[in-house]
Write a protein that binds this ligand. Structure first.
Ligand SMILES: Cc1ncc(COP(=O)(O)O)c(C=O)c1O
Length: 392
């Protein structure tokens, strides 16, 4: 065989198929324009000053050169200052911070840094695809911790017995949680971190939505005792600062984990360009509070879409974080039998609105659809009306 067995296990089924379905819809010339709500890639623009900082630095010769680790020192210092301001936590910019080419890259590479093939790792189901993907690439033996509507999409840590906790080497969480749009709470991360310390396993929290909790305050592993021994948390400029295309993110964690991740990345990349780092430094210093200015926009989008969907008979709870709605399939038997992937395709064909089938995030997402609130409000409302009209 030309390719590895690992790739088979990795799969890309649902997302690749959704992409093909979108392409087929676009090629259907008579159809109304596609409203693509299947990706968490926002239409909102970052502060122009951040882009100007990048543009000004682009012509510096150093921006065109490879950026070795020492070159990231100013960025790391900006992260440490942000961390102190945001959480009141001191971090060592040299030893506890790592620049990433997106938090997706970090979560996908972390397992290579901490696991040997066959090592056991715990994963929420559903979860963001790079969490599982990284574990598969590292040859981990994956144990799933199911999330359910009944438990409000929060994991039951007591469902794992002490023996299994002892065998685990890594637990990957992500709160606030994509795709269920639950913010989660600090107590959950504290309990996970306490288990990490007690049973000596790495606790990783993927936290790109830290500034986008619409209800309450997002939890952070950095507030949990023990993070600097067994913890690592991933942050991103993609969501809060609307900079997804620039691939800027960072990890903060226990020194040995940062060193290990750096070692893996040393094989793979030479860090982001210094020009882009200049923009990130601006974001984390002068524009540190800016992400909260998005709350009003996302809240309005959420409420207007929910109002249309609910008046059209869809049952959906109000999400606690920005950017996503997590929608159960209508209770109709026929739709339930079709399942989320087929039903999402039907909805796309009939309404021109693309949603993500929940099963793309793991079997725990079966029977659900994710809508990303990443178009202007009027277009979202129009999309919601088309969805309602397309439902039986
Ligand atoms: C939980 C989670 N982690 C990571 C990412 C990707 O973020 P980045 O652009 O920093 O790679 C996303 C994007 O949707 C996400 O939802």
């Amino acid at each position: 065989m030309l390719t590895s067995r690992r790739l088979e296990a990795l799969g890309n089924g649902v997302f690749a198929r959704t992409d093909q379905a979108k392409q087929a819809y676009r090629e259907n010339t008579g159809a109304p324009p596609l409203i693509d709500l299947s990706l968490g890639s926002t239409d909102l623009q970052p502060p122009v000053e951040i882009l100007q900082a990048m543009a000004a630095a682009v012509e510096e010769p150093s921006s065109s050169a490879y950026c070795l680790e020492a070159g990231t020192a100013p960025f790391n210092r900006a992260v440490a200052a942000w961390c102190q301001r945001r959480f009141g936590v001191d971090v060592d910019p040299r030893r506890q911070v790592q620049l990433l080419v997106g938090s997706q890259e970090g979560t996908a590479h972390l397992p290579l840094a901490v696991l040997d093939p066959g090592d056991r790792a715990l994963l929420l189901d559903p979860s963001y695809p790079s969490h599982r993907g990284g574990l598969v690439l590292a040859g981990a033996s994956i144990c799933s911790l199911p999330l359910s509507r009944e438990r409000d999409w929060l994991p039951d840590l007591d469902a794992i017995g002490p023996d299994l906790w002892d065998q685990l080497k890594l637990f990957v969480l992500g709160y606030p949680h994509n795709p269920t749009a639950r913010v989660g709470d600090q107590e959950l991360l504290d309990q996970a971190m306490a288990r990490g310390c007690r049973h000596q396993l790495v606790i990783a929290n993927d936290n790109p939505y830290v500034d986008l909790a619409l209800e309450g305050e997002a939890p952070s592993l950095l507030r949990s005792p023990g993070w600097s021994d067994w913890g690592i948390e991933f942050f991103s400029l993609s969501k809060g600062w609307c900079l997804g295309g620039f691939r800027l993110a960072f990890a903060i964690g226990a020194e040995p984990l940062i060193t290990a991740l750096r070692q893996v990345k040393g094989v793979v990349d030479f860090n982001q360009s210094l020009a882009l780092q200049q923009g990130a430094i601006q974001a984390l210093t002068r524009w540190a509070d800016w992400p909260r200015s998005l709350h009003g926009v996302y809240r309005e989008r959420r409420d207007r879409v929910l109002s249309v969907l609910r008046s059209g008979g869809w049952s959906c709870s109000t999400p606690e974080m920005a950017m996503y709605l997590w929608l159960p399939l209508p209770a109709d038997d026929e739709i339930q039998t079709l399942g989320d992937e087929t039903y999402a395709r039907h909805l796309l064909q009939r309404s021109g609105v693309a949603l993500t089938p929940g099963s793309g995030f793991g079997t725990g997402g079966q029977g659900w659809l994710r809508m990303a609130l990443v178009r202007p409000t009027d277009e979202l409302e129009q999309g919601a009306r088309r969805l309602v009209a397309a439902c039986p």
